[in-house]
Write a protein that binds this ligand. Structure first.
Ligand SMILES: NC(=O)C1=CN([C@@H]2O[C@H](COP(=O)(O)OP(=O)(O)OC[C@H]3O[C@@H](n4cnc5c(N)ncnc54)[C@H](OP(=O)(O)O)[C@@H]3O)[C@@H](O)[C@H]2O)C=CC1
Ligand SMILES: O=C(O)C1=N[C@H](C(=O)O)C[C@H](O)C1
Length: 381
């Protein structure tokens, strides 16, 4: 990963790299300089593990300890997370992973459905924690309740593409940092909203760190060998559960790297599989028809004598839930913990990518069909 860092001049950096220099040297620094950090790089859009082995958050003593002790020094309590989209597949999986990692679940959430004028629409039990879910009209109240529980909560958003902008605006105006796992929506606007606010966010269409490492590798190849596949053809197939509302945000991200390698491709050429016949062709195990993300990128020469195939196949949702918890811990560390000796070192495991003004300008040139490509150029998702 050291090689990865040095090979990616624009945006790859470790958590230490974007800490203020005083933090980098593990010297205590003032809240003021930390605020300066937040105002210069507020959005982290993807991250990859520094080591090739898997890190299981809940079982990793260092990270678990970090979750438990995250805010202990300043507030005497473990970190709090609010999960929106809790009745959904990712929301629930992530809430469980957060509890398992030692975080506390804010007992309030909101949904897109209309609810009563007074009181919650429903209640959801997550491993014994009862969460009140408020209707759309009471989402501001839900945010207020969250802040009453803790001024140091982080929001996790796994909702629907149509909610991305509204929810991000709400978190920003409430002043609550967030992890946006939800795909789709106007990604450029999303970045603008966060950059114009005072809060931090981690935003990525792919929270599975190992898949993000693959994204990063593709981006490095693109940066090192631009145009290497000029004239070649690209076929992209992504298969997901039939309830998925949008085209894979991850596929869009990876395609942005392929385009830099010289391949012509429009996002509407992506083949999206959402039914059984396609699942069989993609060899999705039957048990995972309702919970999978299979991606195949096939690159072939004009005369079909040369072919490359890249695949990332995920069954279940654990990989995203674990990565999301890591992103939460990272945000808590950055946003709430006054930098202190060893603070940044609590997160030695990841290389984070971050946005800078320089990248923003660079990215502005690589728009695809109204959507900013994601991935290692890290904007959009
Ligand atoms: N970044 C990543 O690594 C990953 C991202 N995703 C993305 O996460 C998102 C959620 O996926 P998934 O869990 O499968 O979807 P689900 O359909 O299972 O869940 C969506 C949830 O969003 C809620 N919801 C709908 N509208 C709103 C709103 N306006 N405000 C708040 N909540 C709302 C729904 O509530 P209700 O039931 O009450 O309608 C439901 O709980 C998708 O965009 C998906 O692409 C998924 C996996 C990994
Ligand atoms: O909806 C999903 O399930 C997933 N969505 C993300 C995406 O759109 O890329 C990540 C992964 O593919 C699972």
């Amino acid at each position: 990963m050291q090689a990865l860092r040095s090979a990616s001049p624009v945006c790859s950096c470790s958590s230490q790299d974007f800490a203020p220099s005083s933090v980098r040297k593990n010297v205590a620094c003032s809240e003021r300089s930390f605020v300066a950090l937040k105002s210069t790089s507020r959005v982290w859009s993807s991250f990859v593990p520094r080591y090739s082995h898997n890190v299981t958050v809940s079982r990793h003593p260092q990270i678990r300890a970090s979750a438990m002790g995250e805010t202990e020094s300043s507030t005497g309590e473990p970190g709090w997370v609010m999960v929106n989209g809790l009745s959904g597949k990712m929301g629930l999986e992530t809430a469980k992973a957060a509890l398992e990692a030692g975080l506390q679940l804010v007992p309030y959430s909101f949904t897109g459905r209309m609810g009563p004028d007074q009181g919650p629409l429903s209640k959801i039990d997550v491993e014994g924690v009862e969460v009140e879910v408020y209707g759309f009209g009471q989402r501001e109240l839900a945010m207020d309740l969250c802040k009453q529980v803790s001024r140091r909560a982080v929001v996790i958003d796994y909702t629907v593409p149509a909610a991305v902008i509204g929810n991000a605006s709400l978190y920003c105006s409430a002043g609550v940092p967030f992890v946006m796992g939800t795909t789709g929506g106007d990604r450029e606007k999303l970045m603008r909203i966060v950059n114009d606010s005072k809060i931090c966010a981690v935003i990525a269409p792919q929270m599975g760190k190992q898949v993000v490492a693959f994204q990063a590798a593709m981006e490095i190849m693109a940066e090192q060998f631009p145009g290497a596949f000029s004239g070649y053809k690209l076929k992209v197939t992504e298969s997901h559960q039939s309830t998925k509302l949008d085209t894979s945000g991850t596929a869009k991200a990876v395609i942005s790297s392929f385009k830099k390698l010289g391949l012509n491709f429009d996002l509407d050429q992506i083949t999206s599989v959402r039914e059984e016949e396609g699942y069989k062709a993609m060899q999705v195990p039957e048990d995972y028809y309702n919970a999978h993300a299979f991606h195949t990128y096939r690159v072939s020469s004009p005369d079909d004598t040369v072919a490359f195939e890249f695949k990332h196949n995920v069954c279940g949702r654990k990989i995203y839930a674990q990565g999301t918890v890591d992103a939460v811990l990272f945000l808590m560390n950055k946003f709430f913990n006054p930098p202190k000796r060893g603070n940044v070192d609590e997160f030695p495991n990841f290389v984070f990518r971050f946005r800078s003004k320089r990248m923003e300008n660079w990215r502005g040139t690589s728009r695809i069909s109204g959507e900013v490509p994601v991935g290692s150029d890290s904007v959009a998702f």
